[in-house]
Design a protein around this ligand. Structure first.
Ligand code: CA
Length: 233
């Protein structure tokens, strides 16, 4: 059963989330603060997705997100914000969240997003044993390894989030091809994703920080102005 961590200090919202996620077949652990969430997280491994409210007493959702992401590049993270603050969204995504939702949100939309992220996360852990060199893909000095969900640059491992890994898969499948942002969005987040294409830009920025020698003058993930991005190994 997929395991979800819900971190929200407002009891009513947390309970509605937990109830609906349980009905949808998830195993849900609730935490009313970031501190409580960290205690739960270190005691029980194997969460697939964490839903983090930004406004929490004590440590806020951003700090919690950063801490969880340092511990695990695999867990899917969805941030919840009380208002549609564009800078909150960009900040959340840039520190390692996979998705972002503004309150009030519909439960069906939240479930759709949790499902999309959970599918990606469990896909990586269900990789068959012994498939080490199988599916390993090479592009220039880069190697993408589905087993570890990691990217190697000159043999050095670069830790990627699930979203970043999927973007790299898309690039490796389409070397030298300009990919329109909507195509990247659809390829990684799925056809039914409700969000906007800015999430692509934020993840590209993060990927560049990880893989480029100089992120401000990228040599590998090139911008195609007014269109999207092109992979150049
Ligand atoms: Ca709150």
């Amino acid at each position: 059963m997929r395991k979800i961590l819900v971190v929200e200090d407002e009891d009513a919202i947390r309970e509605v989330l937990a109830l609906n996620l349980r009905r949808a077949g998830y195993e849900v652990t609730e935490a009313a603060s970031a501190e409580q969430a960290l205690a739960v997280f270190s005691a029980a491994a194997g969460f697939d997705v964490a839903i983090l409210d930004i406004m929490l007493p004590g440590m806020n959702g951003f700090s919690l997100c950063e801490t969880l992401r340092r511990d695990s590049s695999e867990i899917g993270i969805i941030m919840l914000s009380a208002k549609a603050m564009e800078q909150d969204k960009v900040r959340g995504l840039s520190i390692g969240a996979d998705d972002y939702m503004t309150k009030p949100f519909s439960i069906s939309e939240l479930l759709a997003r949790v499902e999309a992220i959970a599918r990606r996360v469990s896909h990586s852990s269900e990789e068959p044993e012994g498939a080490e060199s199988e599916g390993r893909r090479v592009s220039g000095i880069f190697v993408l390894d589905p087993k570890s969900r990691g990217l190697y640059k000159n043999g050095k491992m670069i830790d990627l989030t699930q979203v970043e890994f999927q973007i790299m898969e898309l690039f490796f499948s389409n070397p030298g091809t300009a990919l329109v942002r909507e195509k990247i969005l659809e390829g990684v987040w799925g056809k039914n994703y409700y969000g906007d294409v800015k999430i692509v830009d934020v993840n590209i920025r993060r990927l560049r920080m990880k893989i480029e020698d100089e992120p401000s003058t990228p040599k590998h993930i090139l911008t195609v102005w007014g269109y999207g991005y092109r992979w150049n190994a």
